[in-house]
Design a protein around this ligand. Structure first.
Ligand code: AMP
Length: 231
């Protein structure tokens, strides 16, 4: 069977999933699928779905499971994901984890690695309040830790950066509450498949995390190839 890399990133907002996704997507040549980005695209295009979810997102509440999966599955079943993907922001509930498992069964492939970004809540406050994004490319900056060369401008295009409407301390509090409510159930679920689980100390600097992440995922990819060849 051809090699594929089906990777899931799980962690609280601001834990570095987006940044690591960008590195890894390039390294492994697989697409980065962020459910948050898919939803924000709906909002920017002012679609019916976008209008219906705008308020919930601004408050940090979760969007309905079926709606998310409808949006996501169009991507998951697309040709660009045949060699794998990095899924960032999904699953966030146990029922989403079950849906994802059903998806893998339906394509007769398996999850390669489930990465848990473990980080202290206190550090997230600065990461979230300082986060700035270049809309067109998704490039991310942080005014405290990795500022752009010119204030509020993208280093490459010089275009303005923006701050997400839900990246404020009040909404972060709610987003963290929701994350911690579901966290243990999701980890227990993926613990059952222990050989898929990668736990990262996400309190460290970007490069250290990136190196360790690549190394640990390479092990999972080799393991998956061995198991697929045996079947
Ligand atoms: P993110 O960009 O991953 O921080 O997601 C931003 C917001 O989109 C979240 O606070 C939720 O409101 C919504 N969202 C993203 N992914 C999901 C998901 N898997 N289930 C429900 N809501 C989601």
């Amino acid at each position: 069977m051809a090699t594929y890399k089906n990777i899931v990133f799980f962690g609280p907002p601001g834990s570095g999933k987006g940044t690591q996704s960008q590195f890894l997507a390039e390294k492994f040549q697989i697409p980065h699928l962020s459910t948050g980005d898919l939803l924000r695209q709906e909002i920017s295009s002012k679609s019916e779905i976008g209008l219906s979810i705008k308020e919930k997102i601004a408050k940090g509440e979760l969007i309905d499971d079926d709606l998310i999966f409808d949006l996501l599955s169009k991507k998951l079943y697309s040709k660009e994901c045949e060699g794998g993907f990095i899924l960032d922001g999904y699953p966030r509930t146990l029922s989403q984890a079950h849906k994802l498992c059903d998806f893998f069964e339906s394509i007769n492939k398996s999850l390669t690695g489930f990465v848990h970004f473990n980080i202290d809540d206190e550090l997230l406050k600065k990461r979230i309040a300082g986060r700035r994004i270049h809309r067109a490319s998704g490039r991310m900056y942080n005014i405290y830790f990795s500022p752009p060369k010119i204030e509020n401008k993208d280093d490459i295009t010089g275009e303005d950066l923006y701050q997400r409407s839900d990246d404020n301390l009040e909404t972060l509090k709610r987003r963290l509450e929701i994350y911690h409510e579901e966290e243990q159930a999701i980890l227990d679920y993926y613990n059952q498949a222990r050989h898929k689980l990668v736990t990262l100390d996400a309190n460290r600097d970007v490069n250290t995390i990136s190196n360790e992440l690549t190394e640990k995922l390479m092990e999972k990819i080799k393991l998956q190839e061995t198991m697929d060849n045996e079947n």
